[in-house]
Design a protein around this ligand. Structure first.
Ligand code: MG
Length: 385
C-alpha cells in the first residue's frame, strides 16, 4: 500500500489518508479488508520518512502481518520499496497494490480479482467501464470540442495485482528506462504485458477532494457495521443553596441551586457522557476533571462544544439525542422548547433530532425526596466525512 503521498489536491492540512471517517482514518479503512482476510499473508505500507501521523495512529495488528516501510518519491517507487520488504517466497505469490485513499473496497471485489489471477499471468486490475459520455474540452473556460468515443474505455481502480516477481521485474524495467508509471498496470504494460481488467465497483472511490470524503462516509455508512454507534450517559447532582438550576444550557428559576464544580447541568453532563461513550472516548470526568480550576463554575455548554469538536475530528456526526430528566422539581414543561432548541444548536442539529422527556420518581428515593436531580441521555452517531 503506497501511502507516502502528501495528497496536495485534497486541500486539507493533513494528507487525505489520515482524514477520519466514523472514528477511523481513511488508511485504516483501506487496510481493513486485507487485515480481515485470512488469505492475506502480509501487508507492507510505504510511509513517507517524515510521516509522524502514521506512528500516531498506533495501529496494532495482532497477527503481526502489518509492517511499515519507508516509501519513495513517487507512487511506483513506494510500491517497489514495499515489494523489496516482502519475504522472498512472496514473489511467487500474488501481490496486490491498493491505494491508501480507497477506503470502500469490498470483499467481493477482492474475491473477483483473486479469482481472475490464476488465469491472468500478465496481472489483473479492478476497473469499471466508463458510463458517462466523454467530452474533450477545447480551451479555458472549457467548451466542448468533441465527444469522445467511450467504447473500450475503463477507469482503473485498485487493487492491481500480479505475481510478485512479475510486478517487481516490471517496476525494475521502468526504473532502468526512466519511465514513471502512474499505476502498476502501466508498469506491466511497459514490460509488454496485458493485464486483465476485472469488474470493480463504482463505490470503490479514491479520496481526492474533501467532497470525496463525504461520499466515502455515505458509502461506508451503508456498507459497514462500523458506521453507527450508540452511547448512553447518566448524571446526578444534589440540590444546594441557590435560586436556579441549569438544564440543557437554559437557566431555570428554582428555590434551590445544585452543588457542583461546574454549573451542574445534569442534562448536558449526561449528554457529554453519551457522546463520549458512543465515540469510545471515555467519560466527562477524564476530559473535564473537577479538580481542574478551569472548569470551576463552567458553563457546561463549553463541555458539549469541546466534545463535539473531538467527535467531528474523528469523523462522527450525531444522528439523534434522547434526554430524560428525573426530578420532583423543578418542572420543565414550560422550558422544554427552549431546552430542546439550545441542545440542538449546541449539536448543530435540527430541533426534531433532540427529544426531552421528564419524569418524577413518584416520591421514591433521594430524587423523590427532592434532594437532587438526575438525567439520562442516549445518542446515536453516524459516520461523517
Ligand atoms: Mg455532573
Amino acid at each position: 500500500m503506497p501511502a507516502a503521498g502528501s495528497g496536495r489536491r485534497f486541500g486539507a492540512s493533513i494528507p487525505k489518508q489520515y482524514a477520519r471517517i466514523g472514528g477511523r482514518s481513511v488508511i485504516e479503512w483501506s487496510l481493513a479488508p486485507f487485515l480481515a482476510d485470512a488469505r492475506c499473508a502480509g501487508v507492507r505500507v510505504a510511509i513517507a520518512p517524515d510521516d509522524a501521523q502514521w506512528a500516531a495512529l498506533n495501529l496494532v495488528d495482532p497477527s503481526g502481518r502489518l509492517v511499515a516501510v519507508a516509501g519513495g518519491e513517487d507512487r511506483w517507487q513506494s510500491v517497489q520499496r514495499g515489494i523489496e520488504a516482502l519475504p522472498p517466497e512472496a514473489l511467487d505469490d500474488a501481490v496486490l497494490v491498493h491505494d491508501a485513499a480507497r477506503p470502500c473496497l469490498s470483499r467481493a471485489a477482492i474475491d473477483r480479482l483473486l479469482d481472475a489471477l490464476p488465469g491472468s499471468p500478465d496481472g489483473a486490475v479492478l476497473a469499471v467501464p466508463l458510463s458517462d459520455t466523454l467530452k474533450r474540452a477545447a480551451d479555458e473556460p472549457s467548451r466542448v470540442e468533441a465527444t469522445v468515443d467511450r467504447r473500450g474505455l475503463w477507469r482503473a481502480q485498485t487493487p492491481q495485482a500480479a505475481r510478485g516477481a512479475v510486478l517487481a521485474a516490471a517496476l525494475a524495467r521502468c526504473a532502468s528506462a526512466g519511465v514513471a508509471p502512474t499505476d502498476e498496470a502501466q508498469a506491466l504494460e511497459h514490460a509488454g504485458l496485458a493485464p486483465r481488467l476485472v469488474e470493480g465497483e463504482a463505490t470503490n472511490i479514491k479520496i481526492t477532494t474533501a467532497g470525496d470524503l463525504a461520499l466515502a462516509a455515505a458509502i461506508l455508512a451503508k456498507e459497514s457495521g462500523m458506521s453507527m454507534r450508540v452511547g448512553s450517559g447518566y448524571d446526578v447532582h444534589a440540590f444546594g443553596p441557590g435560586d436556579h438550576v441549569m438544564l440543557g444550557g437554559v437557566r431555570i428559576p428554582h428555590d434551590r441551586g445544585v452543588v457542583a464544580h461546574s454549573d451542574g447541568d445534569v442534562l448536558l453532563h449526561a449528554l457529554c457522557d453519551a457522546l463520549l461513550g458512543a465515540a469510545g472516548k471515555g467519560d466527562i470526568g477524564q476530559w473535564f476533571p473537577d479538580t481542574d480550576p478551569r472548569w470551576r463554575g463552567a458553563d457546561s455548554s463549553r463541555f458539549v462544544t469541546h466534545v463535539m469538536e473531538q467527535l467531528a475530528a474523528d469523523g462522527w456526526r450525531v444522528a439523534n439525542v434522547d434526554l430524560t430528566l428525573l426530578a420532583q422539581a423543578p418542572r420543565v414543561a414550560k422550558h422544554r422548547e427552549a431546552i430542546v432548541a439550545r441542545v440542538a444548536s449546541l449539536l448543530g442539529l435540527p430541533a426534531g433530532a433532540v427529544n426531552l422527556k421528564a419524569t418524577t420518581t413518584e416520591g421514591l428515593g433521594a430524587i423523590g425526596r427532592a434532594e437532587g436531580l438526575a438525567a439520562q441521555a442516549s445518542v446515536l452517531l453516524h459516520a461523517a466525512g
